[in-house]
Write a protein that binds this ligand. Structure first.
Ligand code: NAD
Length: 423
């Protein structure tokens, strides 16, 4: 096994991904020898982003774009603006995109980008300058047939609009298909904003039924009340579940009879965070994973379900809205404790599925209705979760390993058929 030794260290996101690959290897039969292709990114770019701040000073930010695999099509993956972004994290996120796109059978490889920055500390103009310069720096490796960025933590449709505009200015024509998650009047797709949360709900409902977990009155805890967490929470609440605990970067709110989500969304819009919302009361952040509930939805950052959390969590079902929330050793403990996890590469794939629809619509310059989008998304998500469930049953393995088997088989067969350049 020829790992990139300088990066396979400690409990990092990338080493977590490598552990996940090691777990799937025994199931891949004669394709196993080819797995090394996924143990390194195809291409990783580090860029310096000088930005003129409003006070006239120049500040330098570090940016990344990693294309983990382009075997099955152009790279696809979001751009994260967050103070903890580093090469290791972006590599892992890009690799999870490779697996996700293949698990869903979308014709994409995997990529991810990021800038080490706290966007809340920048003015709108500074943020625009940062997004535009970042796009210019990665301009030569992105494009509708090369690599298509999208929003992730800390980025949004406005930033995608600036990225699309910058790329188009450099190209000399309007090229909407270079990014997805754009505003709707700029070639964005209806249904994209809510798609990831909707996908968490669809896959969650499906698996809840399979494990005979009654959603009506089920208690749910959600970590992260952003794009993904808030939509997933709202849909489960509409189905009769009680969202009893919500944590964001500012606070952990608890209300055993169920939090009023509509009021909380309004409060968050006004205050920028959930801290201070009543009648829910605030509890210590560390207590989040100890709450008694049937379903937990991590929908913030990676690496939060540690061995310790896995040993104590009192859940029947974990829905991974976030990318990479569960460490590999925690996965083993959860399996022993018979707690079902719908893995990120399936659970949060609603976003990339509608991103795929957006890219198709941009290339065709023909746009679908929201109903068409939701119906097509439901079919893809339900087929994916059923295939993964069936594979897990056949191989007697976790849903994550099953998703990795399906994805790795597709990627490695494609790799084999393409051959090794220059032959
Ligand atoms: P977002 O920026 O809209 O929201 C992030 C939420 O997490 C916010 O509520 C924030 O307060 C909270 N948060 C941040 N740090 C936290 C901490 N330390 N503890 C608790 N909460 C914290 O981001 P998003 O788009 O909802 O993405 C959330 C996760 O879902 C990420 O892992 C992202 O990669 C993944 N994801 C997003 C999409 C998408 O379409 N947006 C698609 C697939 C996966």
């Amino acid at each position: 096994m020829n790992h990139l030794s300088y990066i396979h260290q400690g409990n990092t996101a990338w080493s977590n991904f490598l552990d996940q690959l090691d777990r799937v290897a025994p199931y891949l039969n004669d394709l196993q020898d080819r797995l090394d292709t996924l143990r390194r990114p195809k291409r990783a770019l580090i860029v310096d982003i000088p930005v003129e701040m409003n006070d006239g000073t120049i500040k330098h930010f570090e940016g990344f774009r990693v294309q983990h695999s382009l075997t099955r099509g152009p790279g696809k993956g979001g751009v994260r603006f967050h103070p903890n972004v580093d090469l290791n994290e972006v590599m892992a996120l890009s690799a999870w995109m490779t697996i996700k796109c293949a698990a869903l059978n979308l014709p994409f490889g995997g990529a991810k980008g990021g800038v080490r920055v706290d966007p809340s500390k920048l003015s709108k103009r500074e943020l625009e300058r940062l997004a535009r310069r970042y796009t210019s720096e990665i301009n030569f490796i992105i494009g509708p047939q090369k690599d298509i960025p999208a929003p992730d933590v800390g980025t949004n449709p406005q930033i995608m609009a600036w990225m699309m505009d910058t790329y188009s200015m450099n190209a000399g024509s309007t090229i909407t298909g270079v990014v997805t998650g754009k505003p709707v009047h700029l070639g964005g797709s209806l249904g994209r904003v809510k798609a990831t949360g909707r996908g968490v709900y669809i896959t969650g409902m499906d698996v809840a039924k399979k494990i005979q977990l009654e959603i009506n009155q089920a208690r749910i805890c959600v970590q992260g009340f952003g794009n993904v967490g808030s939509e997933a929470a709202a849909l489960f609440a509409q189905s009769g579940a009680k969202v009893i605990c919500i944590q964001d970067h500012s606070a952990t709110l608890y209300q055993p009879e169920g939090i009023d989500l509509e009021l909380l969304v309004q409060y968050q819009k006004q205050h920028g965070a959930i801290k201070g919302f009543s009648p829910a009361h605030e509890i210590a952040n560390a207590l989040f994973w100890d709450i008694e509930a049937e379903i937990f939805i991590p929908a913030a950052l990676e690496g939060v379900i540690t061995e310790q959390v896995a040993q104590s969590i009192k859940a029947k079902l974990i829905l991974e809205g976030a990318n990479g929330p569960t460490l590999s050793k925690a996965d083993d403990i959860l399996a022993q404790r018979q707690i079902t996890i719908v893995p990120d590469v399936i659970c949060n794939a609603g976003g990339v599925t509608v991103s795929y629809f957006e890219w198709v619509q941009d290339l065709a310059s023909y746009f679908w209705t929201e109903d068409e989008i939701n119906q097509r998304m439901d079919v893809i998500m339900r087929n994916a979760i059923n295939d993964v469930w069936e594979k897990a049953r056949q191989q007697n393995c976790s849903l994550r390993t099953a998703a990795y088997i399906l994805a790795c088989e597709r990627i490695l067969i494609a790799r084999k058929e393409r051959g090794t350049y220059p032959g």
